[in-house]
Design a protein around this ligand. Structure first.
Ligand SMILES: *Cc1c(COP(=O)(O)O)cnc(C)c1O
Length: 453
């Protein structure tokens, strides 16, 4: 019998997250204070995050135990299935063995609750009353709103204005969970007012929305803290439960990936599936090819330099070394596929510099085409972000066909696209177009990079 689905029982759900910082051959560069240019300490982050998350950000232990209340919530949808895409393989007439780890089974429809739940838990434990955050398409905002409802926290979300107007259903979901949602830039913060003064019709960006959320948390006198859905080390670590489960499931399949693929916005779902496999590699095990896929409209990993930059537009955050398009980057409105952050997780950027991972940029039309092909074969309509990973998985499978080689391809199907139907309607109506971010625009955004001594 052809096995389709590799299921782990609840008892076999991993008990710890994996911290790659224990095994990196070269440690991460320090995070710097923008005023002094010196490495920051825990006190600098205390206005924004509870002590436990600050500790996880710099932890060096290899494994960090998942608290029981978090495991309880995870067990509602975890372990998630690992599926062998046999109908897709047949459709492509490929000898490749294609596996996808499906994170769309979470209540919010993506991998984001894997970190929203522990973040809400640790904040609740520290006596915080309210979490403030930003959201682009609304995936992160709805995941955090759900987690705050579980742990009795208030939730305030600055939603990028263009999405606020175009994605009323994600906004409605956040409000259903009890969150307050504001369009960003808003007139409720100094950061928002200053952008509106210069650009009254600003469509907003993740960088601007982060500035507003950070400002609210930092000036709340400890009542509110800030939560980020990607990029930071502790966020990537919470996502490693994806790869830890996949390792066990592939053992059941008696297989091991030759290629691992994830899409990259801030880098969290990619890191979640990839990092546990890198533990094998750094400790003398096998070395699969690892491919990060980003949109050509926001090409931080493939075209942004590896440099110190701010995480937000108003320059309120510490300086982190990452692949960046510049903190002033505002993504083109015609890009429908998400993954619009100007920077990339320091861990993912560092792995790229070490030559451990590859990166490629894909234009959006090829990604939507791949997503529809996948939907017709497997019945799941991927989130537009996930289509970038689907595209690369299909391309690698087609290469297997051309070369007559059977390779195992594993990719992270990080979310479903049920809230993104407008993007699919626009694609099917021929209203989407490809967009390569122009070199001059990148040069202009990069001219504003901070100088670090
Ligand atoms: C948020 C999101 C992403 C991008 O964020 P990463 O941190 O790069 O994972 C990708 N896919 C989905 C479905 C998302 O919700």
């Amino acid at each position: 019998m052809d096995t389709i689905k590799y299921v782990l029982s609840e008892e076999r759900m991993p008990r710890a997250w994996y911290n790659i910082q224990a095994d990196l051959p070269v440690p991460l560069p320090p995070v710097l204070h923008p005023a002094t240019g010196r490495p920051i300490g825990p006190d600098d982050l205390a206005p924004l995050f509870p002590a436990e998350l600050i500790a996880q950000e710099v932890a060096t232990e290899r494994f960090i135990e998942i608290p029981e209340p978090v495991r309880q919530v995870y067990r509602q949808w975890r372990p998630t299935p690992l599926v062998r895409a046999r109908r897709l393989e047949r459709m492509l007439d490929t000898p490749a063995r294609i596996y996808y780890k499906y994170e769309g089974v979470s209540p919010a429809g993506s991998h984001k609750p894997n970190t929203a739940v522990p973040q809400a838990f640790y904040n609740r434990q520290a006596g915080v009353k309210r979490l403030v955050t930003e959201t682009g398409a609304g995936q992160w905002g709805s995941s955090l709103a759900m987690a705050c409802a579980f742990f009795g926290l208030e939730c305030q979300v600055f939603m990028v204005r263009v999405s606020y107007n175009q994605k009323p259903y994600r906004r409605a979901l956040m409000e259903a969970f009890g969150a307050q949602v504001l369009a960003s830039p808003s007139d409720t913060t100094n950061a928002g007012r200053s952008i509106l003064a210069q650009h009254p019709a600003s469509p907003g960006s993740l960088g601007i929305a982060i500035s507003e959320a950070v400002e609210v948390a930092a000036t709340s006198g400890g009542v509110a803290k800030y939560a980020l859905g990607s990029v930071l080390n502790h966020v990537l670590m919470h996502q490693t439960i994806i790869g830890e489960e996949a390792l066990l499931q592939l053992e059941q399949a008696d297989d091991y990936p030759d290629i691992i693929i994830g899409c990259t916005g801030g880098g969290s779902n990619f890191a979640g599936i990839v990092l546990p496999f890198l533990r094998d590699r750094f400790r003398g095990g096998r070395a699969p090819r690892i491919i990060a896929v980003e949109p050509a409209a926001c090409p931080s990993l493939t075209r942004g330099p590896y440099a110190y930059d701010f995480g937000d537009t108003a320059r309120l955050t510490p300086l982190v070394k990452m692949h960046t398009l510049g903190h002033a980057f505002v993504p083109p409105g015609i890009h429908a596929g998400g993954l619009r952050y100007h920077g990339m997780a320091p861990i993912v950027s560092h792995l790229k510099e070490l030559g451990v991972i590859e990166a490629r940029a894909e234009p959006q039309l090829r990604c939507f085409e791949a997503g529809l092909l996948f939907a017709r074969a497997e019945g799941i309509l991927p989130a537009p972000e996930a289509n970038h990973a689907v595209r690369a998985a299909i391309d690698e499978a087609l290469r297997c066909r051309d070369e007559g080689v059977s390779r195992a391809i594993l990719f992270n199907l990080c979310g479903h696209g049920h809230f993104d139907m407008q993007a699919y309607i626009d694609y099917q109506a021929g209203r989407l177009q490809d967009y390569d971010y122009p070199a001059e625009e990148i040069a202009m955004a990069l001219a504003g990079l901070p100088t670090v001594g």
